[in-house]
Ligand binder design. Structure first.
Ligand code: HH2
Length: 291
């Protein structure tokens, strides 16, 4: 296996974020139906206040989403997603950290990049027609996430022969399509998409396989925060009560090579990562920055 050198930094818009320590992406869901905090921040004022709080707590990146992708969720129209995201984005870009928008719609990608977003987080890995070109024509960062199927049906019967090889191969192919269009490696994040068309066993194999996924030379983002598998492991039904579980999962992901963790609870994750790094020196695999 060839181990490519991991980028030293993630570049998105006017920002360059060094990757010598794990970064935290704080989630701002401007939705009525997100699986863990649906409705809490649908009001733009509350969403902006939440974004401010996440930055004060140590978020390195904010991720604003206007469409839930929880299993069984229905798609939202462009008009509605726009209505939810844009007012929050316009204020969030003043907070001093890069703002990502979690969307699969190329029209919205173009508009949010024009309004100051530094990054796009696409759970369909730029699968919509024209999406690759929107990113290529910008200086934005991009997170390419793997999903089998779509949110409406993805958890019905996820099937793989070799989940790590298939997810890894897909992400590399999508990343290469961006490199071919002139997007630099430092602007690209890859994400195995925990819980997106995966059984619990697939998720565990992907977590274990993160070193392989991280060996392709792209920084890895991992999103495990509050996810239902953590509820099944701990017996905690309520997503909000999965804080301890989410922190453990974030540490496991970073230990296995993730450079960025996407989380709902920024302050607690930050503290856990700082203590773990101070006491354990991180881990050699994450220190792969220096490989
Ligand atoms: N998970 C969710 C949404 N977007 N993006 C990436 N890159 N990786 C993830 O794991 C990921 C993601 C689901 O979490 P959340 O946004 O809190 O829920 P919902 O989709 O219900 O809004």
């Amino acid at each position: 296996m060839t181990v490519a050198v991991k980028p030293d930094a993630f570049r998105c818009g006017r920002f360059t974020l060094p990757l010598h320590r794990p970064l935290i992406m704080g989630v701002v869901n401007v939705t009525p139906d997100s699986f863990s905090d649906g409705g809490d921040f649908l009001d733009p004022g509350r969403a902006v206040a939440h974004a401010q709080r996440l930055v004060a707590e140590g978020a390195d990146i904010l991720d604003i989403g206007g469409e839930s992708s929880r299993p069984g969720s229905a798609p939202v129209s462009l008009r509605e997603e726009r209505r939810r995201v844009l007012p929050v984005l316009k204020q969030a870009v003043e907070l001093g950290v890069p703002v990502s928008v979690d969307t699969t719609k190329p029209e919205l990608m173009r508009e949010v990049l024009d309004s100051g977003a530094a990054m796009i987080n696409d759970i369909s890995a730029l699968g919509s027609a024209g999406a690759v070109d929107v990113i290529a024509a910008s200086d934005a960062g991009i997170c390419l996430m793997h999903m089998q199927g779509d949110p409406a049906k993805m958890q019905l019967a996820p099937t793989y022969e070799d989940v790590v090889a298939e997810v890894s191969g897909f992400l590399c192919e999508r990343a290469r399509s961006l490199l071919d269009k002139g997007v630099s490696t430092e602007r690209i994040l890859i994400d195995p998409g925990f819980g997106f068309g995966k059984t619990d066993q697939h998720n565990l194999e992907l977590l274990e396989g993160l070193p392989l996924i991280a060996s392709h030379g792209f920084a890895v983002l991992a999103g495990l925060s509050r996810k239902s598998q953590l509820g099944r492991i701990t017996g905690r039904e309520r997503a909000r009560s999965r804080l301890g579980a989410s922190i453990a999962a974030a540490l496991a992901a970073v230990r296995n090579g993730a450079s960025i963790v996407r989380v709902h609870d920024v302050a607690e994750t930050r503290d856990a990562l700082l203590v773990w790094q101070a006491m354990c020196g991180g881990d050699k695999r994450n220190g792969a920055n220096s490989n």
